[in-house]
Design a protein around this ligand. Structure first.
Ligand code: ATP
Ligand code: MG
Length: 335
C-alpha cells in the first residue's frame, strides 16, 4: 500500500482534504495516509508551525497532499508553504487551468498550463529595513533555477503534446534579473524547435489573458508573476475553487490546490472540493495511476456539467460533502 503524507491544513483545509480521501477511496486507491498537520492547527497542538513529524513524514514518503496552510501575516514567520517548497526543492509549480462545461464565465476556451518557478525570486524572504521608513526586499534570479524551470516547461509541453511556450517577464524594467530569466528560457527554447516560443511582458500578459486567453498554452514564469497570474487565470475559468496544482521536485512532490485557507467560509461545509480533488488526480498521474486519475477528472466534469450537486461559488447550492458524494457516486457507478 502506498504511503502518502496528508496535511489537512487550516481553514477550509480539513473539509477539502476529507473530500480527497473519500474520492480516492471511491476510486479504489488504497493509500495509507500518514496524517500530520502543519500551520495554525499544528501550532496550537505542538508549538511548531512546521512540526518535525511533518518534515520526517514528507522526507520518508516523498509524496504529500497538502491542504492550504495559513501563515501569520507580518509576525516574522516565513511562509510555511515557501519553507516546504525550499526544503524539498520542489522547484516547479504546475497549475493547469481549463474551462469546464457547466460553469458560466466570459470564456469557454481556456486551456492553459502555468509553470511557476518555485524556489527563488522575491520569495527568498531576504528583506530588511534599510533605515526607518525605508524597506528593501531582494529579488534573486539564478541561471541554475531559470534553466531548470525552462527545461521543465518545455519537457512538459513535449510530453503533453502542447504546441507553445510563452515566457512572462518584466525584463524591460528589471533588465538584469528578469533579463537573466529570459535569456535562460531562450537558451532552452532553442533546443525545442518543434515547440513555438514567445515572450510577453507580465502587465501585457494580464490584459491578453482577460481578452484572448485562447491564444496561450504553456506559460513559464518567475515565482511572483506566477503567483499573481495563477489567480488571474483561475478567475477566467470560474475561480479558485476549481484550479489544482502540484509542486514538483527531483524526487519529492507536494500536491495542493491553488487556493488558500479561505477563512471566511471555513467550517461552513461550503468550500468547493474540486481544486483539491483535481490536485489528487494530478498526484495519481504522478504515481502512474493514470486510469484512476482520468476517472476522477471525468467524475468531476460530469458533476459540474450536470450542475445538480455543485457548491455556491460556482452557482449551485450543494455542500462540500454533497458535491463530494456526487463525485464518488459517479466513480462507483462507472467503475
Ligand atoms: P490564505 O491567506 O490562506 O491565502 P485567503 O483569504 O487569501 O487565504 P484564498 O483561499 O486564497 O483565501 O481565497 C480567496 C477567496 O476565494 C476566498 O475568500 C473564497 O471566497 C474563495 N475561495 C478560495 N478557495 C475556495 C474554495 N475551495 N471554494 C470556494 N471558494 C473558494
Ligand atoms: Mg490567498
Amino acid at each position: 500500500m502506498k504511503e502518502i503524507t496528508l496535511i489537512p491544513g487550516d481553514g477550509i483545509g480539513t473539509e477539502v482534504t476529507a473530500a480527497v480521501q473519500k474520492v480516492l477511496t471511491a476510486a479504489n486507491q488504497s493509500i495509507a495516509w500518514e496524517i500530520v498537520n502543519g500551520g495554525e492547527g499544528a501550532y496550537q497542538a505542538t508549538g511548531q508551525y512546521i512540526p518535525d513529524a511533518l518534515l520526517d513524514s514528507i522526507s520518508t514518503n516523498k509524496i504529500a497532499f497538502k491542504g492550504p496552510i495559513t501563515t501569520p501575516i507580518g509576525k516574522g514567520f516565513k511562509s510555511i508553504n515557501v519553507t516546504l517548497r525550499q526544503k524539498y526543492n520542489t522547484f516547479a509549480n504546475v497549475r493547469p487551468v481549463k474551462s469546464m462545461e457547466g460553469i458560466k464565465t466570459p470564456f469557454n476556451n481556456v486551456d492553459l498550463v502555468i509553470i511557476r518557478e518555485n524556489s527563488e525570486d522575491l520569495y527568498c524572504g531576504i528583506e530588511h529595513l534599510v533605515t526607518e521608513g525605508v524597506a528593501e526586499s531582494i529579488k534573486v534570479i539564478t541561471e541554475k533555477a531559470s534553466l531548470r524551470i525552462g527545461e521543465y516547461a518545455f519537457q512538459y509541453a513535449k510530453k503533453h503534446g502542447r504546441n507553445k511556450v510563452t515566457s512572462v517577464h518584466k525584463a524591460n524594467i528589471m533588465k538584469i534579473s528578469d533579463g537573466l530569466f529570459l535569456d535562460c528560457i531562450r537558451r532552452v527554447a532553442k533546443k525545442y524547435p518543434e515547440i513555438e516560443y514567445e515572450e510577453v511582458i507580465v502587465d501585457n500578459m494580464c490584459m491578453q489573458l482577460v481578452m484572448y486567453p485562447e491564444k496561450y498554452d504553456v506559460l513559464v514564469l518567475p515565482n511572483l508573476y506566477g503567483d499573481i497570474v495563477s489567480d488571474l487565470a483561475a478567475g477566467l475559468v470560474g475561480g479558485l475553487g476549481l484550479v489544482p496544482g502540484a509542486n514538483i521536485g527531483e524526487d519529492i512532490a507536494i500536491f495542493e490546490a491553488v487556493h488558500g485557507s479561505a477563512p471566511q467560509i471555513a467550517g461552513k461545509n461550503e468550500a468547493n472540493p474540486t481544486a483539491c480533488i483535481l490536485s489528487a488526480a494530478m498526484m495519481l498521474d504522478y504515481i502512474n495511476e493514470r486510469s484512476a486519475a482520468d476517472l476522477i477528472r471525468e467524475a468531476v466534469a460530469y458533476v459540474i456539467r450536470e450542475g445538480k450537486h455543485t457548491t455556491k461559488d460556482i452557482g449551485g447550492n450543494a455542500t462540500t460533502e454533497e458535491m463530494t458524494e456526487a463525485i464518488c457516486s459517479y466513480i462507483r457507478t462507472v467503475s
